[in-house]
Design a protein around this ligand. Structure first.
Ligand SMILES: NC(=O)C1=CN([C@@H]2O[C@H](COP(=O)(O)OP(=O)(O)OC[C@H]3O[C@@H](n4cnc5c(N)ncnc54)[C@H](O)[C@@H]3O)[C@@H](O)[C@H]2O)C=CC1
Ligand SMILES: CC(=O)C(=O)O
Ligand SMILES: [Mg+2]
Length: 604
C-alpha cells in the first residue's frame, strides 16, 4: 500500500509552481518583429517593455511610450463605455453587434488583455460573447466574417482529417468544442455559421475554468445545411449542399474523432448544439471510447437538476420532498429528455423509490402536446417518459400546456422547447393555482427571444412569489413596492467549464455518469439556505470561477473514486488520491490560467 508520506505532501505540491500546469513560466518566443505584433497570444501592443522591444526587433514598430497593462485595460474599458454612449437609443441588435465587434477585435489582437477584461467583467460581457448575442453573431456570421477562428472540417475533407488535424498550430490541445451547426440555440440549422457557438463556449471555458487559451480548439463539422435561406445566400461560407445523413454523416464524425484522438489522446471533446437524433446517437457511440460529453443533454440536465432541487428548498421543504414535486417539462428534445433522465434518477436516489414511482410526478410535453403511450410514432427517446393515459386524471394524449397546467397544478413548469412566448399569459396565470407555495418557472430556451416567457411576464402573471429562471439573462424585476423579483440564469455555463476542467486535471479518459452527477450535486449545494429561501437558486455569474473550481473539484474527486484518474502533467493518480477535499479544490484553483503578460525574453 502506498502511504501519503511517500509522496510530496499535497500542500507542498500546491505551493510548488512546478506543478502548475496552466500558468506559463517565462517563455522565449521564436518570432520577431511584426510577426509578434500580429500574434494575439504574444502581442502586448504598446505594453512591450523596452528590453523586449530591443531584443525582439520591435523598436520603431510601436510608438515610443510604454503603456502599462492597467492603462491598456482602462483604455479599452473607456472605449467600450463610449461605444455604449454613442450607440445609446439605437436598435438593440445594432448595439449588441457593435459591442461584440469591439470585443472580437481585441480578441483578434491581444488575447491576454481580452481574457482579462472578460474575466473581470464576466457578468457584463457574457451576454455578448455568449447567449444571447452569440446567436445573433451566428445568424450573421458569413457577413461578419473577417478572420477564421478554430478549425473547419467539411464533408469534402473526407479521408484528409488525419493529416488536417496537424494543421492546427498548437502542440497541445486540452479542450475542444465541436458542433455541426444543426441546432444552434433555439435558432435551428445555421450550418457553418454555428462556429460562433464553440468559440463562445470556449471563451467561457477560459473565463470560468481558466483553461489555457493556447490549448483550446473550436471546431465546425460542416456536413451541409438544410437551411434554404443559407443555401440561397451567395455569401454563405459553408458547403452549399443538403446535410449528410445516416452512415455518410457518421463516417465524417468518426473520422474527426479518430483524428483528434490520434493527435491529442487526452483532449476532451464537448459536443454542442447537434440536432437531437445525432446528439443522442453520437453520445452513445463515443462515450465509452473517447473523453467526451454532450453539453446540451448532460450539462443542461445537471444545471436544471440543481435548479429543481433548489426550488424544493426554496419552499422551505427538505430534499426528500423532491419525490412529491409535480414537474411539467415542455420540450422533448436533447435538453428536455436529458433533464428528465437525470431528475428521475435523482428522485430514485434521494427517496429510494422505484423508477416508475419516480417518473409518476413528471409530465412531458412536445410540439404535439402531452406525450402519452397512445402517441402514434412515439419517439423512442421520449417513450420512457410517456404517460399511461390511465394515470393522468382525465388528461388525454396531446393535451396542451394550458390543459396540463390547469389539471396538474405543478410545482415547476420548465421550458426547453426553443419556442419564444409559449408560456403565455393564460399559462402563467394558471400557475397561480400551483400546489406549491413558491411555484417555479424555468424558461430555459435561448436566445432571449426564444425564452418561453420573459421575467416580467412571469412575475406579473404568475405572481411575485414565484421562483424564476431563464437560459439567457434578464434583468431582475422591480415590483415598485420596494421588492424585487430575482432572475436566475439557468444555463449550462454553470457546469460545463467545471466538467471540462475537473476531467482534464483528473486525467480520466472517459466522462462517466458519476462524474456528471457529482458536478450537478456540487452546484445544487453551492447556494446557502438564506439565498435559496429568497428564490436565488444559482450563484451570480460574477462568481463563476469559484463555482467552476468547486464543480471541477467534485468531478475530479468522482474520477478518483471511480479509479479513473490517471493524473495530469506531473501530478499522478497517487498524488490525486491522497489529496483531501480542500486540497483538491485548491489544486483545481491553482491550475486555472490567469491572464498576465509573461516575459518573452529571459532576464539576463
Ligand atoms: N439554458 C440552457 O442551459 C440550455 C438551453 N437549451 C435550449 O433549449 C432549447 C431546446 O434545445 P434542444 O432540446 O436541444 O432542442 P430540440 O430541437 O432537440 O427539442 C425541441 C423540443 O421542443 C418541442 N417543441 C417544439 N415546439 C413546441 C411547442 N410549441 N410546444 C411544446 N414543445 C415544443 C419539440 O417537439 C422538441 O421536443 C433551445 O432553445 C436551446 O437553446 C438547450 C441546452 C441548454
Ligand atoms: C446554452 C446552450 O447550450 C444552448 O442553449 O444550447
Ligand atoms: Mg447548447
Amino acid at each position: 500500500m502506498w502511504k501519503f508520506s511517500r509522496f510530496v505532501s499535497a500542500s507542498k505540491l500546491l505551493r510548488s509552481r512546478r506543478f502548475s500546469t496552466a500558468i506559463p513560466g517565462p517563455c522565449i518566443v521564436h518570432k520577431r518583429g511584426a510577426d509578434i505584433l500580429h500574434d494575439p497570444w504574444f502581442n502586448k501592443d504598446t505594453g512591450f517593455p523596452l528590453t523586449e522591444r530591443d531584443r525582439l526587433g520591435l523598436r520603431g514598430l510601436l510608438p515610443p511610450r510604454v503603456i502599462s497593462f492597467e492603462q491598456q485595460y482602462e483604455r479599452f474599458m473607456d472605449s467600450f463605455r463610449s461605444l455604449e454612449k454613442n450607440t445609446h437609443g439605437q436598435p438593440e441588435k445594432v448595439v449588441s453587434l457593435a459591442k461584440w465587434r469591439i470585443l472580437n477585435r481585441l480578441h483578434d489582437r491581444n488575447e491576454t488583455l481580452y481574457y482579462r477584461v472578460l474575466i473581470d467583467n464576466i457578468k457584463e460581457f457574457a451576454p455578448i460573447i455568449y447567449t444571447p448575442t452569440v446567436g445573433l453573431v451566428c445568424q450573421n456570421y458569413s457577413g461578419l466574417f473577417r478572420r477564421p477562428r478554430g478549425m473547419y472540417f467539411s464533408a469534402k475533407d473526407k479521408g484528409e482529417m488525419m493529416s488536417m488535424i496537424y494543421n492546427w498550430p498548437a502542440h497541445e490541445v486540452d479542450m475542444i468544442v465541436l458542433t455541426d451547426g444543426s441546432r444552434i440555440l433555439g435558432l435551428g440549422d445555421l450550418g457553418v455559421q454555428g462556429i460562433g457557438i464553440p468559440i463562445g463556449k470556449l471563451d467561457v471555458y477560459v473565463a470560468a475554468a481558466g483553461i489555457n487559451p493556447q490549448r483550446i480548439l473550436p471546431v465546425m463539422l460542416d456536413v451541409g445545411t438544410n437551411n434554404e435561406k443559407l443555401l440561397g445566400d451567395r455569401l454563405y461560407l459553408g458547403l452549399r449542399q443538403p446535410r449528410l445523413e445516416g452512415e455518410e454523416y457518421l463516417s465524417i464524425v468518426d473520422e474527426f474523432m479518430e483524428a483528434v484522438h490520434a493527435r491529442w489522446p487526452k483532449a476532451i471533446v464537448q459536443f454542442e448544439d447537434f440536432q437531437m437524433k445525432w446528439a443522442f446517437e453520437t453520445l452513445e457511440r463515443y462515450k465509452k471510447r473517447f473523453c467526451m460529453f454532450n453539453d446540451d443533454i448532460q450539462g443542461t440536465a445537471g444545471v436544471a437538476l440543481a435548479g429543481l432541487l433548489g426550488s424544493v428548498r426554496s419552499q422551505g421543504r427538505p430534499l426528500s420532498d423532491f419525490v412529491n414535486q409535480k414537474i411539467v417539462v415542455v420540450g422533448a428534445g436533447s435538453a428536455g429528455l436529458g433533464v428528465l433522465k437525470m431528475a428521475i434518477q435523482a428522485v430514485e436516489r434521494i427517496s429510494g423509490c422505484s423508477e416508475s414511482a419516480a417518473k409518476s410526478q413528471f409530465f412531458l410535453i412536445d410540439k404535439n402536446g402531452l406525450v402519452t403511450t397512445e402517441r402514434s410514432n412515439l419517439d423512442p427517446a421520449a417513450a420512457p417518459f410517456a404517460k399511461n393515459p390511465r394515470d393522468i386524471d382525465g388528461l388525454t394524449e396531446g393535451a396542451s400546456i394550458i390543459e396540463v397546467v390547469k389539471k396538474i397544478k405543478p410545482h415547476v413548469l420548465l421550458g426547453l422547447s426553443g419556442v419564444g412566448g409559449i408560456f403565455n399569459e393564460e399559462v402563467l396565470k394558471a400557475m397561480r393555482e400551483s400546489v406549491s407555495t413558491k411555484p417555479a418557472i424555468f424558461a430555459m430556451s435561448n436566445p432571449t427571444l426564444n425564452a418561453e416567457c420573459t421575467a416580467i411576464d412571469a412575475f406579473n402573471h404568475a405572481g411575485e412569489h414565484i421562483v424564476f429562471a431563464s437560459g439567457s439573462p434578464f434583468e431582475n424585476v422591480d415590483f415598485g413596492n420596494g421588492k424585487v423579483g430575482h432572475v436566475n440564469q439557468a444555463n449550462n455555463m454553470y457546469l460545463f467549464p467545471g466538467i471540462g476542467l475537473g476531467t482534464l486535471l483528473s486525467g480520466a479518459h472517459l466522462i462517466t455518469d458519476g462524474m456528471l452527477q457529482a458536478a450537478a450535486e456540487r452546484l445544487a449545494s453551492y447556494m446557502d439556505e438564506e439565498d435559496i429561501l429568497k428564490g436565488i437558486l444559482y450563484p451570480s455569474v460574477n462568481s463563476i470561477r469559484d463555482v467552476t473550481a468547486e464543480v471541477g473539484a467534485a468531478v475530479l474527486r468522482a474520477a478518483v473514486e471511480e479509479d479513473l484518474a490517471e493524473g495530469y502533467g506531473e501530478v499522478g493518480s497517487r498524488e490525486l488520491a491522497h489529496m483531501s477535499k480542500e486540497e483538491i479544490v485548491e489544486y483545481v484553483r491553482h491550475n486555472m490560467w490567469y491572464p498576465v503578460y509573461s516575459p518573452l525574453v529571459h532576464e539576463k
